[in-house]
Structure formats: C-alpha cells, structure tokens
Write a protein that binds this ligand. Structure first.
Ligand SMILES: [Zn+2]
Length: 147
C-alpha cells in the first residue's frame, strides 16, 4: 500500500495570514505549521471558515466536518461555544470543526437554508449527513456524526 493511502488530509485556512494549508491529520503530533506565516495551526479548536474556502474544505476533508453557523450577537451561540470547543478538543484528528459567521457569509447561509442560529451541520465526503437547529449539547454533537 502506498504511503499516500494512509494520510488524512484536510484543508484549513490559517487564522493569522489566511493562507490555505493542507494538513495531514496523522501528523498532528508533529505540530503542523502554516506554510505562509509559519505559525502553528491548531486543529483542536473550531476554525473560522468563509464562503471563499468552504466548498474546498468540505470536499477535500478526509474526516467528517461539523459546521457551526453562528453570529456574534447570538446569545445561544455564545452559550454553546464552550461545548463546541470541548468537542473539537476531544475529537481532534477525527473531526474538523468549522465556524461560519452568518452575517459575513449570507450567501453560504442561504445556500444551506439556515433560518435560525446556531445551526450545526455535519458533512462527510462533501455531503450533509446531519443537522441540528438550536443549541446542541455534547451528545447531540456526537450524534450528528453517527449517520
Ligand atoms: Zn499563516
């Protein structure tokens, strides 16, 4: 089996310089760094995604993705943030957690029919596999990926 088959690539945007990076999740222990600014890429927390890179990230991810469609003014979104952070930390390398600002990316929110926030959508191999509208607790987050 070629070594290529064992890698688990994901494409993520650097929060500092915004460069897109392809990261191999099997090498997280080595501390992936951004190819643009060389700062560490932390995949143990939710990452912001925008309409510019969303499709590419969803389509190329080797692991399932959970997307939190949120807004800064949304109280339930803020209340849920620690749960989402913990979920991302516990499942680092198995799941990628993204956050989409629905005010900034209205077109993206419209495309996925987001009517209330927070809305959480799980994707596997580019396809939606689960959706939860409203605040989600930890077991609801885990269940999103069971489909
Ligand atoms: Zn960077």
């Amino acid at each position: 089996m070629p070594p290529e088959a064992a890698i688990k690539p994901v494409t993520v945007r650097c929060p500092f310089c915004e460069q897109l990076n392809r990261v191999d999740l099997t090498k997280l222990a080595q501390g992936p760094k951004c190819g643009g600014c060389a700062r560490p890429l932390h995949l143990d927390r939710p990452l912001k995604a925008t309409g510019a890179d969303f499709d590419q990230t969803i389509a190329t991810s080797a692991v399932p993705i959970v997307v939190d469609f949120y807004a800064d003014w949304c109280g339930p979104c803020r209340m849920m943030a620690p749960t989402l952070d913990q979920f991302a930390a516990d499942r680092t390398g198995e799941v990628l957690v993204l956050k989409v600002d629905t005010d900034r990316d209205e077109a993206l929110s419209g495309r996925f029919g987001i009517r209330g926030i927070p809305t959480l959508i799980a994707f596997r191999q580019g396809k939606e596999i689960g959706r939860h509208v409203g605040m989600a607790n930890r077991s609801q987050l885990d269940q999103l990926l069971l489909a």
